[in-house]
Design a protein around this ligand. Structure first.
Ligand SMILES: NC(=O)c1ccc[n+]([C@@H]2O[C@H](COP(=O)([O-])OP(=O)(O)OC[C@H]3O[C@@H](n4cnc5c(N)ncnc54)[C@H](O)[C@@H]3O)[C@@H](O)[C@H]2O)c1
Ligand SMILES: [Zn+2]
Length: 368
């Protein structure tokens, strides 16, 4: 079992990473002094596979868990879901010392985290992420919240967990398309801050390519997620520690997301987030190359790696004016200029606030 400690302005918390971590949640909580009532909040697709071993571990450690289920899906990441959850927390007799444990992907973690931040003005919170995206991104850094009809993540809080439990074994039940989408964020973390992670992914995917098809490459990765999870999580940890309240540097985590969100929006969200991020990361790299910030070889390495992982690398052929308009609607917009996170090299990115519309249009028509 590996432990990564995350420090934040009011303390620190451990991330426990390793096969079997889920079943150790009970003893870990008991070690932190928790006893009596607690709540596991999950949803149907996750709970049916993974709730029972978690509940057993909590009971064996002397805790008394209530198991609550909320509806699945981004469309339910809402204040309504949170409002429906509060009375169930009261009924389960949770008090200020009773932890709420979120067992699920990023949608569930964000929603339940917001409930934990607000119920009784905040109760202890534990994240057990069950998607690759939630393991390397959403569960670390303390951002929780829900969507409004007007946009994503418009209501939220910073709520640091007591601990994060990451058990790669739970990925065995995750649909392959979700795994692949999560890999886009892993690659993103390599480009942002870890040449070692990026090179390890390249090496592994090349090795697998020699042995078989693209599908097989992918399963060979997923059979060994531990080989990249530690470093992918560590990138996120380093960045949130530097900028816990997202006032500056943390924006680099949005590499590929300005383009990606625009593609998602133009596709009426029928595109997976990770697919948008993959195409968006390629666009950011091409833009950086056009602006003389990053070599064409670096951009090609990013394209090759994403492609070998089965992710899309060619931006969809929307007219550049539509993409620009969709990007302007993104909440990361600053005044009248569009902000982009652009790579200078693998492991090095910067924030650029004044990127011209012509340059963006030029890279979008790159292959037409
Ligand atoms: N808080 C943050 O810092 C942060 C960062 C990045 C993303 N996010 C948020 O994360 C959300 C996306 O999260 P996601 O990609 O994990 O999607 P998700 O939570 O919707 O999970 C995808 C699907 O897989 C199911 N699932 C999850 N784990 C499973 C498992 N082990 N076995 C079987 N099915 C499983 C889910 O129930 C869901 O149907 C977005 O709402 C985004 O805003 C938050
Ligand atoms: Zn993302």
């Amino acid at each position: 079992m590996q432990t990564i400690t995350v420090t934040h302005p009011s303390g620190s918390y451990p991330i426990f990473l390793g096969e079997g971590a889920l079943a150790q949640t009970g003893p870990r909580l008991a070690e932190l002094g928790y006893q009596g009532r607690c709540a596991v909040v999950t949803n149907q697709p996750v709970g049916r596979h993974h709730a029972e071993p978690l509940l057993a571990s909590l009971r064996a450690a002397g805790l008394e868990p209530a198991c609550l289920t909320i509806p699945d899906g981004e469309q339910n990441k809402t204040l309504t879901t949170v409002a429906d959850l509060y009375p169930q927390l009261v009924e389960a007799k949770l008090d200020r010392r009773s932890p709420i444990i979120a067992l699920g992907g990023g949608v569930l973690g964000d929603t339940v985290g917001f409930a934990a931040a607000t119920y009784l003005r905040g109760v202890p919170f534990v994240q057990i992420p069950t998607t690759l995206l939630a393991m390397v991104d959403a569960s670390v850094g303390g951002k929780v919240g829900v969507d409004l009809p007007q946009g994503k993540n418009l209501v939220g809080a910073f709520k640091q967990p007591e601990m994060v439990v990451i058990d790669p074994a739970v990925l065995s039940t995750l649909p392959p398309a979700e795994l692949r989408a999560g890999m886009a964020e892993v690659v993103k973390h390599g480009v942002i801050d870890s040449p070692a992670l990026f090179e390890a992914l390249e090496e592994r995917s090349r090795g697998a390519e020699e042995q078989g098809s693209r599908g097989e490459i992918f399963s060979s990765f997923i059979l060994h997620p531990s080989s990249f999870l530690y470093e992918a999580i560590s990138v996120k940890v380093r960045i949130v520690q530097e900028d816990p309240f997202e006032q500056g540097r943390r924006a680099v985590l949005n590499l590929g997301h300005t383009f990606g969100h625009a593609f998602e929006r133009l596709a009426n969200f029928e595109l997976r987030h990770g697919e948008g991020v993959a195409m968006g990361t390629v666009c950011a790299a091409r833009l950086a190359t056009r602006l003389g910030l990053c070599s064409a070889e670096t951009t090609q390495r990013i394209v090759n790696l994403l492609d070998r992982l089965g992710l899309p690398t060619e931006p969809p052929s929307y007219p550049p004016a539509e993409v620009w308009a969709a990007m302007g609607a993104d909440k990361k917009r600053q005044g009248n200029t569009l902000r982009f996170i652009l790579p200078r090299a693998i492991g090095q990115v910067d924030i650029f606030d004044n990127v011209a519309r012509e340059d963006v249009a030029a890279i979008l028509t790159f292959n037409v």
